[in-house]
Design a protein around this ligand. Structure first.
Ligand code: F6R
Length: 366
């Protein structure tokens, strides 16, 4: 039931602190020294011998996979490749019994992802799937399953499924980093403590809703937008752009901010707003440099920035704040305002938010 909310999507956006909490519950030891994934117990040996992770998914779940690529590489020192399930299944992927194929799916019924699992297993790889719907086909067909506990997601545009996927992928990174002895225990403990704070940090973002509504009113008449980010912010930019296109029908594209000068910057003028992920992290200074170039071409800038990034107000026309956090946690937080922005722009345009044209909740055909 939607209850007090006008749309399921808004309800599901607000459910994120709870969904993330349910997904974390029981999975971090009280001393923050261990990730508890009983579901992986039987495969510990396989997982410690893996030398490559191949992540396969579609749409929003694929974006979660792109975030995981950065996390697994950096903290578990694993070599990672990410592909769309529909591409993977018709490639000639190089896989063997030292490859972990990781699929990500909210519904557990996406046809291309199901087919990719069969393909991976026939090549000798074991499949671990991150799934939201219990006893779905993907859950049944995989060797290992980790559930996200987002609860039922009804809005066609995925929101709470995505943030809970990011949380499971963060836990999995720590799990594999410790298992493979590539992540120092003290660093793992800090990461796990940070993850425990995510539900509360997401709640704080809802204080920005009035600000975001105002921005939505100011920008809903544009017919194009760019979303820029770097590092883990890049897949979040892709996800922000996807949210906007699917529910508001505004053409939006996500890019690595560093790619702008290789072509897309030609698009910039006063009619092309740019949303930039400018949270704290190793690439913050670089991002500032990239967006100065947009500014110089009179592009309007909306920045999603960390609470203490004071200098951002000098460059951005509009600023949406997220709590200060590490770069990896900031990626999880930063998608929330982008969901809210897409939502209010779609509402402003009178679009059918929960059931956008031409889309189905799960894509069970190829
Ligand atoms: C976007 C969206 C889709 C799905 C994609 C994969 O908001 O919902 O892009 O993410 O169809 O679906 P699942 O995760 O069910 O495999």
């Amino acid at each position: 039931e939607k209850g007090e909310y006008p749309h399921y999507m808004l309800k599901e956006i607000y459910e994120q602190p709870h969904a993330v909490q349910d997904t974390l519950d029981g999975r971090i030891s009280p001393q923050n020294d261990e990730v508890i994934f009983k579901e992986l117990e039987k495969y510990r040996e396989y997982l410690s011998g893996v030398n490559k992770v191949f992540i396969v998914a579609c749409g929003t779940s694929w974006h979660a996979g792109l975030v995981a690529e950065y996390l697994l590489e950096r903290y578990a020192r694993l070599s990672v490749e990410v592909d769309y399930a529909a591409e993977f299944r018709y490639r000639y992927p190089v896989l063997d019994n030292k490859t972990l194929v990781l699929t990500i799916s909210q519904s557990g019924e996406t046809a291309d992802t199901i087919a990719a699992i069969g393909e991976a297993q026939s090549l000798g790889a074991k499949v671990l799937s991150i799934v939201n719907v219990p006893s779905s086909t993907i859950a049944r067909n995989s060797n290992m399953v980790i559930y996200t506990y987002a609860g039922r997601e009804i809005g066609v545009a995925s929101t709470k499924a995505f943030t809970t996927q990011l949380v499971v992928l963060s836990l999995l990174t720590v799990y594999l980093g410790l298992l493979r002895r590539n992540l120092p225990a003290d660093q793992a403990a800090v990461m796990l403590q940070d993850l425990k704070r995510v539900p509360n940090e997401i709640s704080k973002i809802f204080t920005e809703v009035d600000n975001i509504k105002r921005i939505a009113r100011a920008f809903h008449k544009h017919s194009n937008a760019l979303y820029l980010g770097r590092g883990v912010g890049f897949p979040i930019a892709l996800e922000g752009a996807l949210k906007l296109k699917e529910i508001s029908y505004i053409h939006a594209e996500g890019y690595s901010a560093a790619e702008m000068k290789h072509g897309p910057i030609a698009l910039i003028d006063e009619n092309m707003p740019t949303v930039v992920l400018a949270f704290k992290g190793r690439r913050y200074e670089k991002i500032l440099g990239n967006i100065m170039e947009v500014k110089a071409r009179k592009g309007k800038l909306i920045a999603v920035a960390s609470a203490s990034n004071d200098d951002i107000t000098r460059v951005a026309d509009e600023v949406i704040r997220i709590p200060d956090a590490t770069e990896s946690i900031s990626a999880i937080l930063a998608v929330v305002p982008l969901q809210i922005l897409a939502y209010y722009i779609a509402v402003e345009k009178g679009c059918s938010v929960d059931q956008p044209r031409n889309l189905a909740k799960s894509v069970t055909v190829e």
